[in-house]
Design a protein around this ligand. Structure first.
Ligand code: FAD
Length: 296
């Protein structure tokens, strides 16, 4: 994966046309000050956002950004996924993020989900070297992994299947990332492992999501957040300070460009980027108060 830009930015496909409008006309223009290498667009569990992901990818592409759609087999057969892959290629998309994905909550399946390595193989079989493919990596280990070294073994398997880079699950323990990268290198992985960074905005929902995806929130952060109780402004400022420091440590260490989980909000990432000096001139933020509210 080329590393010309400062970072990459992840968005989810908005559910409404108002949400898409806001993403295209406010959020993205504000974030463009970061000079992103590419924007990625998530794919709902089990293919739940198939159409909205394609629509969002197409709209961002038309604005001139490099876009990486996320993709998984979910419960779809190979023909459906092949048509999505070929459709993206025909639109001029040159990147994909290949995942196993999860099932939508509460939905069981008799068929096991196909692993990301199988999707990488399938993409290479159908479209050769056309796509630059990224896969997911877990510095604190995927919750279903049979063990630390086994998870790295499976990461290596999907990279060996033809992926160009990995992007990590978010983390707040920087040592977990450094140790993980070290172990990956010892295992013979040579592709870049981009740190995935999630700004801390809504702490209660971050706690719920982190419990489900196996990302640890350090006790000291939880304790400090508890001090702020209903003081949302101080909690927000503390969240920015913690994540900006995390990013600064990563950048000083020479980590590959950061992948920001934007949650479709411009302000937190812009504020962090400004503190990191990733935004030259101005404050890197359009300053529209509407950007504080997330429109789904
Ligand atoms: P895999 O690489 O297939 O691994 C899943 C588990 O199986 C791991 O525990 C691994 O150790 C194990 N494993 C791998 N290969 C084998 C094998 N051959 N045999 C046995 N075990 C194996 N989810 C979404 O629904 N939509 C998204 O858009 C999305 N985007 C994401 C982006 C990033 C950067 C990250 C880090 C995660 C994203 N996720 C997304 C979440 C992801 O789908 C889940 O974490 C999912 O549970 C695992 O996906 P994976 O691609 O890592 O799976």
């Amino acid at each position: 994966m080329a590393t010309d830009g400062n970072c990459s930015l992840e968005f989810f496909p908005p559910k409404s046309s108002a949400g898409l409008d806001k993403l295209l006309k406010k959020t993205l223009p504000a974030l463009s000050a970061l000079n992103p290498e590419y924007c990625s667009v998530t794919y709902g569990a089990g293919g739940a956002t198939r159409d909205t992901t394609v629509d969002t990818v197409t709209a961002i592409l038309e604005l001139g950004y490099d876009v990486a759609p996320h993709l998984s087999f979910g419960s779809d057969d190979h023909a459906v996924v092949e048509s999505l892959i070929r459709g993206y290629r025909d639109k001029g998309v040159s990147r994909l993020v290949a995942l196993r994905g999860d099932l939508p909550s509460g939905v069981g399946s008799e068929q096991p989900l196909l692993h990301a390595s199988e999707l990488v193989t399938f993409i290479r079989q159908t479209t050769g070297d056309h796509f630059d493919i990224a896969v997911a990596a877990y510095p604190e280990i995927h919750p279903e992994a049979p063990g630390y070294e086994r998870d790295i073994h499976f990461l290596k398997e999907k990279l060996n299947a033809g992926a160009n880079a990995a992007v990590t699950q978010y983390f707040y323990n920087v040592e977990s990332y450094f140790y993980f990268v070290d172990r990956c290198m010892s295992a013979g992985i040579t592709q870049p492992i981009h740190p995935g960074i999630m700004p801390i905005t809504n702490f209660a929902s971050l706690q719920r999501f982190s419990a489900a995806c196996g990302a640890e929130i350090p006790r000291w952060i939880t304790a400090r957040m508890a001090d702020f109780a209903d003081d949302r402004e101080s909690a927000y400022a503390f969240g920015i300070e913690v994540v900006a420091q995390l990013c600064a440590t990563l950048m000083e260490s020479g980590a590959p460009p950061i992948h920001f989980y934007t949650m479709n909000q411009a302000e937190p990432v812009c504020t962090i980027a400004r503190q990191l000096g990733l935004v030259k001139g101005g404050n890197g933020y359009a300053g529209d108060p509407a950007l504080h509210q997330s429109v789904a």
